[in-house]
Write a protein that binds this ligand. Structure first.
Ligand SMILES: [Zn+2]
Length: 148
């Protein structure tokens, strides 16, 4: 479904600003009217101030006038971290495609660990993004990988 977005995300990842981790992540989000916005992770010496590729892509779209519910799909070169899952859920990104830790390209419906009740009420029957285990690399890169 959004495998093409994953391919575009891989190309975008080359533009990531990740001098601290050297972990390059790309994401491309597609709006319902067919526009695409690419994002990369942008790190900062103060680690929490960095931003993930998914959030960069969504922020670009929002700054162009898009709102929750306007997003059809996103492709990401890494498994989304908890914070990004919350963003994907809040903006209602329908299909989330990323490369899992086994190197497989998988597509899920966005879900949020902090919104289980609302999600259950709006159950679509689609599989939801599985929760991130501590051993799974995410868009947050080296920090989560170093907990292995
Ligand atoms: Zn993230």
């Amino acid at each position: 479904m959004s495998v093409d977005l994953h391919e575009k995300a891989k190309a975008a990842a080359a533009r990531a600003y990740a001098p601290y981790s050297n972990y390059l992540v790309g994401a491309v989000v597609r709006t319902r009217d067919g526009r695409e916005f690419a994002g990369v992770n942008v790190e900062n010496a103060a680690y929490p101030l960095g931003i993930c590729a998914e959030r960069t892509a969504i922020a670009k779209a929002v700054s162009e006038g898009y709102k929750p519910g306007d997003f059809e799909a996103i492709g990401i070169t890494a498994s989304p971290c908890g914070g990004c899952r919350q963003w994907l859920y809040e903006f209602g990104v329908e299909a989330v495609t990323f490369e899992n830790r086994n190197g497989e390209i998988v597509t899920y419906t966005a879900s949020s660990p902090t919104s289980r009740r609302r999600r259950a009420a709006a159950s679509s029957g689609s599989p939801t993004v599985p929760s991130t285990s501590s051993s799974s690399p995410t868009c947050r890169g080296s920090r989560s990988r170093s907990t292995r």
